[in-house]
Structures are given as C-alpha cells and as structure tokens.
Design a protein around this ligand. Structure first.
Ligand code: MRU
Length: 349
C-alpha cells in the first residue's frame, strides 16, 4: 500500500485555481478530494472538519484568502482589500482554539496589504499561502528530526487525536516524531487513543500508521491510563492547537487526562508543534478560547441517536494541559524544556 505521508497528495493544496483538500470525514473508508471554488466553501470545510488539525486548517485558511482574491471581480484596490478582510474574519471565526488559523490568515493579509494593485494582491496572496504550505512541510520534518531521538529507547509510545500528515500539509508533528523514530527502529509500536467524540485516532491516526507500516493498536481513551499503569507505554507524544507563553498546551479533549496519567506513572509526555502554534500573546492556558462543538457529536453515532431528545451536553473540543505536566515541547527550532516562558521566547528570538 502507498504511504500517505510520502505518496499521497498534500492534505491541502492549490490545484487549478481551487483549494483541494483530502476529505477527512470520508476516511478511512473512502479516499477522495474536495475542490473548494469559493472562500465560503473553504470556511465550511474547516468548520465541518473536512479539513482539521491546527497546521492544516491554517494553510487551508491562508489559501482561502488567496481564493477570495482570485475569485473577486473587484477592480479597485480598496474594494478588493475590504473583501479580503471580510473573508479573513469569516475564516477566523470558524475555529477559535488553533492559533495557526488566525496566524496564517494574518500572514496572507499582510502580503495583500503590501502588494501593488489588484493583480499584485492576487499573486502575492497566493504566493504567501504557497510559502506557508511549503514551510509547514519543512517545519514538520525538522520536528521529526529533533524529536525522533527522544524516542530512541522507547518500544511503545502513545498518542492522542491525529497530529499526522492529515493534520498538517504532510508528514505531521507528533506523527512526524513517531515516523522519524520508526525510521531508526522499525519495531516501534504505537498505542492509538480512539479520541472521542470525533474519533480522529480511530479513523485517521491508525490509518496513517498502518499505511506507513508502523505497528499500532487502537484503544478506547478510557483504557490509556491502565495500559500505562501496567508498564506498556514508554512515552506519550501529542500535537497542540495552541501553546501559551507559559507553556500550557491546548490540544484535543482527553489530552490532559493522558498527561495526568503519564505524570503519575513517570512517563515522559512530549508535545510536538511548530512555532506557528505558539502564541506568546496568550499568557497562559486560562486565556485560550476553547471551542464548544455540537451536542450531536456526543449524542449520535452516525444516524443513531444515543440519548433522549434534549439531553444536556457539554462538548469542549479541546482541553488545556498545564505546562508542569509537559516534559518537553518539540519544535522545528529544537527541543524546548521548562521554564517554558524563557525557552519559548528564546525559540522566537
Ligand atoms: O478538532 P481537530 O481534529 O482539528 O483537533 C486536532 C488536534 O487537536 C491536533 O492534535 C492538533 O491540531 C495538532 S495537529 C498537528
């Protein structure tokens, strides 16, 4: 079977004046691509999780702004720029937690503002979005190279959600580290948390790992602590949606519980993320906005209703792991350790 991290099309790409996305809601049963022809369609794809994962939604949103510039009929520069700011606002509102999205949109907007004339804006926005996509690939490979050696003595690692090729442009952050470690010792085995309620682990991470030839075993999220307790996990590696200036980490709901179990059992808990996920303007985890998603994600499985109508539901998509539970943050700039306020700031410097 082909390896999705190396042979598949990029998770997000600009193809024939459209934004092409791998349809992550259809995987792993159906492999197909979505062609977005309008920025509204890109925003819907992000909100509906057809494309998901912090770096991937950042690049998708960046290309969405470029698409807005390409599809606009504006012939006056101020009109075009006003349209792009409106498109940017719409994209930013789709998902609030992953800072990569707002960061990438702002990058493309600044390219637009600095460009000359409407044609200049059209080419500058696309060029910047393409650069962000290429950079993301480079960042992920650097994260893998920096983090792989941390797992050199690990036989079993655990991961939560999907921070793989599908959550980035290609290769992945947490799965980039795991891929790099697996290249060095191919007997590495991965415990994959299923990741309730949207099941990114069951549907996407096990798919990527299996197709890459990495041994993996799927477990219910609630099984993770007991698998760790019986000594079958040497390290945890997860991705991040936003890392605050003090090192607190927002990631998929359930990450905090995994970090607590690792801490109790003295297992290293690594967070792998590009610096585009670090938000020095957010002082700590309490300031990170946590996306609340539809109750349907919990009360239904497919078309089957699990609860009585009107069931009260709380469905936060992310939680915050305090910096004190994080052994290291693996970035493209190196492996950062506590105190994170200092090491994260230095990484930017
Ligand atoms: O809701 P999702 O699927 O977008 O959540 C994704 C995660 O939480 C990932 O772990 C995170 O974005 C890092 S992806 C490299």
């Amino acid at each position: 079977m082909e390896n999705p991290s190396k042979a598949d099309p990029r998770t997000v790409a600009w193809v024939d004046d459209t934004v092409a996305l791998i349809d992550q809601k259809a995987l792993p049963q159906v492999q197909r691509s979505i062609r977005c022809r309008t920025v509204e369609r890109v925003a819907d794809a992000i909100a509906d999780l057809e494309v998901r994962g912090a770096p991937a939604i950042g690049v998708a949103a960046a290309m969405g702004v470029a698409l807005a510039a390409h599809t606009s009929t504006a012939s006056e520069l101020p009109v075009l720029l006003a349209e792009l700011h409106a498109a940017a606002d719409m994209l930013r509102a789709t998902r609030p937690t992953a800072v990569n999205l707002a960061w990438a949109v702002d990058q493309v907007l600044s390219a637009a503002v600095a460009a000359d004339g409407v044609d200049g804006v059209r080419s500058a926005t696309l060029e910047r979005a393409q650069t962000l996509a290429d950079d993301d690939v480079d960042r992920c490979h650097a994260i893998g190279a920096n983090g792989g050696p941390l797992l050199s003595h690990a036989s079993n690692v655990i991961t939560h959600c999907n921070a793989g090729a599908l959550a980035t442009v290609e290769y992945g952050t947490a799965l980039g580290v795991i891929r790099a470690a697996h290249d060095r010792h191919p007997d590495l085995h991965v415990w994959v948390d299923e990741t309730r309620p949207v099941l990114q682990g069951a549907r996407l991470t096990s798919y990527e790992l299996t197709r890459d030839g990495v041994a993996n075993t799927l477990i219910a999220d609630g099984a993770a602590a007991s698998v760790i307790a019986r000594g079958d996990v040497d390290a945890a590696v997860v991705g991040a949606d936003r890392i605050a200036a003090n090192g607190d980490v927002a990631n998929k709901i359930g990450t905090y519980a995994l970090a607590l179990a690792c801490h109790y059992h003295e297992i290293p808990f690594y967070v792998a993320a590009p610096l585009s996920t670090v938000d020095l303007d957010t002082p700590d985890g309490r300031s990170i906005p946590i996306e609340e998603r539809s109750p349907d994600e919990i009360t239904r499985v497919g078309d089957t209703h699990l609860t009585l109508p009107g069931q009260s539901v709380h469905n936060p998509a992310f939680d915050v792991t305090p910096a004190g539970l994080v052994t290291a943050v693996i970035t493209e700039a190196g492996v950062l350790r506590a105190p994170y306020r200092t090491s994260l700031a230095q990484a930017f410097a």
